[in-house]
Design a protein around this ligand. Structure first.
Ligand code: GCU
Length: 417
C-alpha cells in the first residue's frame, strides 16, 4: 500500500515537472552574453590575481550572496561533539568508523546532527578526506549495522518509511573504494541541518540564529542551500580536531541539490581544497542563461525554500541575473574544482554544466593554472583532469562508481604530489 502511494507521489511529481515549459532542444537555447569575470563592476580590467582577490572576487561573492543564495550569518552558534560509537574494526577491519553527534545550541534551543566517518586503518599519519551530505540518513549509505539512524529523517519521511531501511543508497557511497585508495570519508544527512521542506524550517539550523522568524523578512535572507553550505563548514571545524585527518586536504563532494550547496560552501570557505559538483544543474554548475532544462522560475516554484527572496525577481528573466555560474566556479580558484554531468540528466543541462567549468578557466589562467582548453564537450567517459576537472558519464542523474573513480583520481593528482 505504502509503495503504491509513493509511486503515485513520484509519478505526480514527474507529471508536474513535465507540464512546465522546459526546453530540451539545443537549437532553442537563446543567444546569450555571459557576465564578465575579469571586469570589475565599474568596467575596470582585472588582470592580476591581486585585483581578482581584492576586488573582483569579493564583488562576485557579494552578488551571489545578495541575489542567489542569501547571506550567511557571521555569528557563531555553540556546538558540542559527542562520540556515540567508535568501531576500530569497521569494514572488515580496514577502517575505523566513528559516529559523532553535533549539538548546536543558542542557549534556548538545540539541534542535533549525526556525522559518520570512516578512516583507513593501514595508513600511518594523516589522511585526506571527502566530505558530503547524504539524502536518506547515514544508515542508508552502508550495511554496517552499527550505523545509527540520522535524527531528522523521520520528520521528513515518517517513522516507518522505506527510506529507514539500511543501505538503500549504498551505491552512491563506495566506501570500500574510498578507503582502499587511502582517503577518509565523512557524511551527514542533509535533513539534520535543514529538513528539506518549506514547512520544516523551524527545525533547521536557521532557527538558532538571532532574528529568526518563520517568514522571510529580508530579501537576502539565507535559506536551505545557505544552511547546507554552512553545515559543511561545521563538519570541517570538527574534522580539523580529528588527529588522523589532514585539514589541508579536504574535498567536498555534493550531488544534485547538494552539488549546488557544495559549490556555495566552496565559494565561501577556502578550507575546501577540492570542490566537486556532481550533476548539480540549475543553481549549481549549469549556466542559467542557457535556459535548458530546469530554469530559475521552475526551481523557485518547486523549491521555494532553497534560495533567497531576491532570486525570485529573475523568474523568467534568467538573463537579467547579474551573475552566472561560471563566476561561482571561478570563486574556487586557485583551489581545485570538478564538475560532473550525466548523459541522460538533461534536467540538469550537462552542456551548461560543462560550459561554466570551461568559462571559469580565465581566472585559473590568471593564476597560471591549467583550465579546460576547449569549449568542445569531451566524449562520454573521457575525463578532463586539469586544475579544473570535468567528466560526463553514461546514465542517469546519480552518483556512481565511475564518478567516485574520477574524483579519487583527481584528488590523487592534486593531494598526493
Ligand atoms: C530536483 C531539482 C534539482 C535538484 C534535484 C536533486 O530535480 O529540480 O534542482 O538538483 O532535484 O537534488 O536531486
Amino acid at each position: 500500500m505504502k509503495a503504491a502511494i509513493l509511486l503515485i507521489i513520484s509519478l505526480f511529481t514527474t507529471v508536474v515537472y513535465a507540464q512546465q515549459n522546459v526546453n530540451y532542444d539545443e537549437s532553442k537555447v537563446p543567444v546569450y552574453t555571459l557576465p564578465k569575470l575579469l571586469e570589475g563592476s565599474k568596467g575596470e580590467k582585472i588582470s592580476t590575481t591581486e585585483q581578482w582577490e581584492k576586488q573582483r572576487r569579493p564583488e562576485l561573492l557579494e552578488l551571489f550572496t545578495s541575489q542567489v543564495y542569501g547571506r550567511t550569518p557571521t555569528g557563531k552558534i555553540d556546538v558540542t561533539y559527542e562520540t556515540m560509537v567508535e568501531n576500530p574494526n569497521a569494514m572488515g577491519g580496514k577502517a575505523t568508523g566513528k559516529q559523532v553527534k553535533f549539538t548546536f545550541s543558542n542557549g534556548k534551543k538545540k539541534i542535533e546532527a549525526l556525522l559518520l566517518i570512516y578512516i583507513p586503518n593501514n595508513i600511518t599519519g594523516k589522511v585526506p578526506v571527502f566530505i558530503g551530505y547524504n539524502f536518506k540518513g547515514n544508515h542508508s549509505t552502508t550495511s554496517d549495522i552499527t550505523v545509527l539512524y540520522s535524527p531528522t529523517l523521520q520528520l521528513i519521511k515518517g517513522p516507518d518509511h522505506h527510506d529507514r531501511e539500511r543501505g538503500t543508497q549504498k551505491s552512491r557511497w563506495n566506501y570500500d573504494k574510498i578507503i582502499d585508495r587511502g582517503y577518509a570519508v565523512a557524511t551527514m544527512c542533509y535533513h539534520d541541518i535543514f529538513p528539506d521542506s518549506p514547512e520544516l524550517k523551524e527545525y533547521s539550523i536557521l532557527s538558532l540564529f538571532p532574528g529568526y522568524g518563520p517568514e522571510v523578512t529580508v530579501p537576502d535572507e539565507w535559506q536551505a542551500i545557505g544552511a547546507w553550505a554552512w553545515g559543511s563548514s561545521r563538519i570541517v571545524d570538527f574534522l580539523e580536531t580529528e588527529e588522523k585527518i589532514d585539514g589541508d586536504k579536504i574535498a567536498i563532494m555534493g550531488h544534485s541539490r547538494q552539488g549546488k550547496a557544495a559549490l556555495w560552501a566552496g565559494a565561501q570557505d577556502e578550507r575546501f581544497k577540492i570542490v566537486i559538483s556532481n550533476n548539480s544543474g540549475c543553481g549549481g554548475a549549469a549556466l542559467f542563461r542557457r535556459k535548458f532544462g530546469e530554469t530559475i522560475a521552475v526551481i523557485n516554484k518547486n523549491f521555494p525554500h532553497w534560495f533567497c527572496n531576491n532570486f525570485l525577481q529573475y523568474n523568467d528573466r534568467d538573463e537579467e541575473l547579474p551573475t552566472d555560474q561560471h563566476q561561482l566556479i571561478a570563486l574556487m580558484a586557485p583551489r581545485k574544482v570538478y564538475v560532473a554531468s550525466a548523459e541522460n540528466d538533461l534536467w540538469a543541462d550537462p552542456r551548461g554544466e560543462f560550459l561554466s567549468a570551461y568559462h571559469a578557466g580565465k581566472v585559473y589562467q590568471l593564476y597560471g593554472l591549467k583550465a579546460i582548453d576547449s569549449d568542445e564537450m569531451p566524449k562520454i567517459h573521457q575525463p578532463i583532469m586539469e586544475d579544473i576537472g570535468y567528466h560526463i558519464r553514461a546514465g542517469e542523474h546519480d552518483v556512481m562508481d565511475y564518478d567516485w573513480e574520477c574524483y579519487l583520481n583527481f584528488a590523487d593528482k592534486h593531494f598526493r604530489n
